[in-house]
Design a protein. Structure first.
Ligand SMILES: Nc1nc2c(ncn2[C@@H]2O[C@H](COP(=O)(O)OP(=O)(O)OP(=O)(O)O)[C@@H](O)[C@H]2O)c(=O)[nH]1
Ligand SMILES: [Mg+2]
Length: 365
């Protein structure tokens, strides 16, 4: 392999699953040579003449076999190219493999995107952007991309921090790192409390079966959801009760096991139950929990007449109706506040890696 080819990188920028298009990106000194070996005129066999920045329709040929008709865009004076293929996983694999055989180094999308930028902060933010899956998080990261490098430069080498300012930055940083690492929320409670109905509402679709039969959910169900626009992983679990059914008992055990790694537990109760009954169920759930994670009490079914009796029991509880959506926004705001997500303002510079904290003399314990 020549030295220039070793410096050339290839990456699949789109997800490795079927889609309308797949984008393979190529960057480095061997870019033009590799394209010459791969792309032909759609009719005829001569070399393709590219105009910088202009998309060109080409036929891609591997081992004398046409593999796809693709749009190739060469830019940066021939050092970079993007190849827009039809979105078959197999086609993308063959093109990446052909370019790798030609001498390019196959890297992940994260590494490829970050590769260009000298500033490590931009690289770290871009890597987070490549993985992020809600609009709110991507908007927040884009704002950080605009303000954070300058903030870190201004405070480096580290001076002395005002204690309040230092605490505020570290709190924001912890919240940011928590979001980027992935927040996990478990939904627990007695059977029939409306756990799965609430989970479906937070997920945004009817993902989980619900019914008025207590014990409907058996195997725990995990799904991506968003809380106040921030991405989370939600785990819905089997309703907690004493049972002689060994399968339900095992489902309850596995559900509780799932809550151990959670950042937050939502305890869902049926507010329409009689207050004494409600307190007994509540205490049983608390006793069964195997985690110290923060808990948010949710009084569900507040649309049912009589549910207001439960209001006096726990004044800090969020009162909702998972069925009609009442109180869901307030519940999401409460969860965001417990997780410190409300600190993540777009105009507040927030170091989002331990390296960035260290660069301005702050250490996360
Ligand atoms: N009126 C009213 N009914 C609700 C509400 N939330 C859920 N329900 C109903 O309560 C019943 C139980 O709901 P589920 O979401 O299946 O309850 P669950 O807690 O997941 O129950 P298990 O899986 O058995 O533990 C269903 O008939 C729901 O339609 C609500 O806010 N108001
Ligand atoms: Mg359920």
């Amino acid at each position: 392999m020549s030295e220039s080819a070793a410096e050339t990188r290839v990456a699949l920028l789109t997800a490795p699953s079927p889609g309308a298009i797949a984008v393979v990106a190529l960057r480095g000194a061997a870019c033009e040579r590799l394209l010459r070996g791969l792309a032909r005129h759609r009719r005829g066999d001569g070399p393709v003449e590219y105009i910088d920045g202009r998309p060109t329709l080409c036929r891609l040929v591997v081992d004398h076999e046409p593999v796809d008709d693709a749009i190739v865009c060469v830019f940066d004076g021939g050092r970079q190219a993007e190849i827009c293929l039809h979105g078959s996983v197999r086609i993308a694999e063959r093109i990446v493999a052909a370019l790798t055989r030609g001498g390019a180094r196959h890297v992940g999308a994260d590494e490829f995107i970050a590769d260009d930028e000298a500033d490590p902060t931009i690289r770290e933010i871009d890597a987070a952007l490549a993985r992020c899956d809600t609009r709110r998080l991507s908007r927040w990261l884009l704002h950080q991309r605009a303000i954070l490098p300058e903030f870190l430069r201004r405070h480096s080498p580290p001076g002395t921090w005002d204690a309040a300012e230092r605490t505020a930055i570290l709190q924001r940083s912890r919240s940011a790192m928590r979001v980027l690492r992935g927040i996990s929320i478990a939904v627990v409670g007695p059977p029939n409390a409306g756990k799965s109905t609430l989970a479906n509402r937070l997920i945004g679709r009817e993902r989980i079966i619900t019914s008025d039969l207590p014990g409907t959910t058996r195997d725990w169900v995990q799904e991506r959801a968003s809380i106040a626009g921030w991405p989370v992983t939600l785990t819905d679990t089997a309703g907690l009760r004493a049972t002689h059914d060994p399968i339900e008992d095992e489902a309850i055990r596995l559900g509780l096991q799932q809550t151990r790694g959670a950042d937050l537990v939502l305890i869902v109760l049926d507010a329409s139950a009689a207050p004494e009954e409600l307190r007994a169920r509540h205490d049983a759930v608390f006793a069964a929990l195997q985690t110290d994670a923060p808990r948010v009490r949710v009084m569900n079914k507040c649309d049912v007449p009589g549910a207001e009796r439960a209001a006096a029991l726990w004044t800090d509880a969020c009162r909702i109706s998972a069925l009609d959506g009442t109180g869901i926004d307030a519940l999401e705001a409460a969860i965001a506040a417990v997780l410190g997500l409300d600190l993540l303002r777009e105009d507040a510079p927030t170091p989002l890696t331990p390296r960035q904290c260290r660069a301005i003399g702050l250490t996360l314990e």
